[in-house]
Design a protein around this ligand. Structure first.
Ligand code: M6R
Length: 600
């Protein structure tokens, strides 16, 4: 997490840095800072809180053509002004911003920096102090920077200023994302192209353990041995309007509304000349060659993986295991003879998933990444990629990425089935078209969903989501959505499991959101609802047309029963949104969270 930016050119850098940080706030938002350098030296402004708070303390009279900035998600040390970046060396000659975690920072302090006084509790300060120490010992700054990097264990994206050199930003990357943006007479640095789209759409990717000397007219990439590396830039295919809220009060609401269009876009992007939804032949071959698929993901992406398992097993007849990435790396199951790994990640940067990818690549296995971000780490390091085409997802709560992940998994499963000669009795393109239309009806049901949030969630302490089969997985996703943005304690349970313990929590008025979209378990889930109602629960049943009963609170349009998660998730997203809104929570930036979880 954390986002970093840098600018070197001829304009005043302050506003460019602040606007860049505003675009990166999704990566962390507990404190922020910028450092700008001019002929009077370096000027550091930092504060606890959001970029808006930082804006208020930046001295408008300071003008400087070079600067770096940071928005923080705290790992080492509480959110505070003193722990906010940039951090400076003892003499204040060097100023640094850092995204990542230095695992051996305590050892480095002990082995190299015993006499140094540290201002903050951060791991970052160790880096800037080490650079100064190497320079004091007589190294040139560039060599001191590289020698320091060689000592670091962990992840970093770094931007460094030297107040004796107004012509250079020193940059380095390992495991944390970082891009260099190219302009005419200026260059920029950013954790994500979105941040600097305001000034350029030309970017150069950096690989791990590379350093960059960024000047206003040149960018020189080197490895840690100092060998120059040539790399062509690419054009970031992002539309500036994609990253604005427009007339919406929150990104989350905008992204919920975008879901029908995203499903249609996926249909368009994956359709071949025969009208079939297909993936690249090398991905298809990898799927056919696998005796077992291992899906690795976190959070909402894990929930999409659970649905994907159903598709791949039911349609393509390949066994699938779904694992939480942070558990898998330390507790690897016995693997089959010919496994294929599928990583699902909106951001493509989730550190827990990346740790597994590194592990399984070392073991010689193949990996496919399903992601929204082209060129992201998980995409670059996997053998194959399937893109979500969902457009930037900015709200911390994932919505359109979830439905896009499920749609892409359906296409992957369908195409594998076709390649294996398995007959499927429906046309996926047509079924997803029906799903997109049903989604349109649901995103228009905002008033009903707001009323449900009022009726069930305005004062409650907790809420349970129940379902059976595929509805259970949507319940888990609903609970995650509700808890992360409204702070109501919420859990998703398999309906039949309640009586094995959880039913003890049911009190008078406890809200239960039950999903009933599956014919084979419709009676079962309704039986479970009766059990909790008998103990005082307040049930809100969301069913599908054709399976609905009189007291159901909301009935979603009929879609193929395999694809109900794409549709039934929308009511739970909207209910969560309104519950958070009614409680005056910060919907897009919930407490303690960040969009891109780049620390393990
Ligand atoms: O970028 P990823 O899909 O790998 O992120 C995984 C989770 O961190 C993410 O889905 C998280 O659970 C969301 N905040 C849920 O809304």
């Amino acid at each position: 997490m954390c986002g970093i930016v840098g600018y070197i050119g001829e304009q005043d850098s302050k506003e460019i840095l602040l606007r860049g940080l505003e675009k990166l706030e999704y990566r962390g938002y507990d404190s922020a800072g910028i450092a700008v350098l001019n002929h009077n030296g370096v000027h550091v402004f930092k504060e606890k809180g959001r970029i808006a708070v930082l804006r208020e303390i930046v001295d408008a009279s300071v003008s400087a053509p070079i600067g770096i900035g940071h928005t923080r998600w705290a790992t080492h040390g509480v959110p505070s002004k003193v722990n906010a970046h940039p951090h400076q060396s003892s003499t204040k000659r060097f100023t640094l911003v850092h995204n990542g975690v230095i695992e051996n920072y305590n050892h480095l302090k002990r082995d190299y920096l015993q006499s140094v006084h540290f201002e903050s509790e951060t791991d970052t300060e160790v880096i800037v102090q080490l650079i100064e120490q190497f320079v004091d010992k007589g190294l040139e700054v560039e060599s001191a920077f590289r020698e320091t990097l060689k000592l670091l264990k962990g992840s970093y994206a770094l931007g460094l200023l030297d107040n004796q050199d107004q012509d250079t930003i020193y940059v380095a990357k390992n495991k944390s994302p970082l891009l260099i943006g190219l302009g005419k007479g200026f260059n920029v640095v950013a954790s994500d192209a979105m941040a600097m789209l305001q000034v350029t759409d030309q970017y150069v990717e950096l690989m791990d353990k590379e350093t960059v000397i960024v000047k206003k007219d040149s960018v020189t990439i080197k490895n840690l041995e100092g060998t120059v590396i040539e790399r062509a830039p690419y054009t970031a295919e992002l539309d500036a309007s994609d990253i604005e809220k427009g007339t919406y009060p929150h990104y989350m609401l905008k992204e919920i509304d975008e879901q029908p269009a995203v499903v249609r876009k996926i249909i368009g992007n994956y359709r071949n000349e025969n009208g079939e939804l297909t993936v690249d032949s090398d991905i298809r071959q990898a799927m056919i060659g696998a005796d077992r698929i291992y899906i690795i993901a976190a959070g909402t992406s894990y929930h999409a993986g659970l649905v994907g398992k159903q598709y791949i097993e039911k349609l393509a007849n390949v066994p699938v295991e779904v694992h939480i990435s942070s558990e898998f790396s330390y507790n690897m199951p016995l693997l089959s003879e010919k496994p294929l790994f599928i990583f699902i990640s909106q951001s493509g940067e989730t550190a827990d998933s990346r740790a597994v990818l590194v592990q399984i690549k070392e073991m010689g296995y193949k990996a496919l990444t399903i992601t929204n971000v082209q060129g992201s780490t998980l995409s670059r390091e996997a053998d194959y990629t399937l893109l979500l085409h969902a457009g930037p997802e900015i709200a911390v709560a994932s919505t359109k990425a979830y439905t896009a992940q499920i749609a892409v998994l359906a296409i992957l499963a369908r195409d594998t089935a076709r390649a294996k000669g398995i007959d499927i009795d429906f046309d996926l393109s047509q079924e997803l078209g029906i799903v997109a239309s049903a989604m349109e009806t649901l995103v228009d049901a905002k008033e009903e969903m707001e009323q449900i949030a009022r009726d069930y969630l305005s004062t409650t302490r907790n809420c349970f989501f129940i379902g059976r089969g595929i509805d259970y997985y949507v319940g888990m996703e609903g609970a995650l959505k509700l808890k992360e943005i409204s702070y109501i304690q919420a859990e998703g349970f398999a309906g039949g499991e309640l009586k094995h313990g959880t039913i003890a929590l049911i009190e008078d008025g406890t809200p239960i959101i039950a999903l009933a979209t599956q014919e084979n378990v419709n009676l079962g889930i309704r039986g479970n609802v009766k059990e909790v109602v008998a103990r005082g629960a307040n049930p809100c049943i969301i069913s599908m047309k054709g399976l609905n009963e009189e007291d159901d609170r909301y009935v979603i349009p009929t879609v193929h029963e395999l694809f109900t998660p794409l549709v039934s998730v929308i009511p739970v997203q909207l209910i969560s949104y309104y519950a958070a809104l009614h409680r005056e929570c910060d919907v897009d930036k919930p407490r303690n969270l960040a969009k891109s979880v780049t620390v393990e």
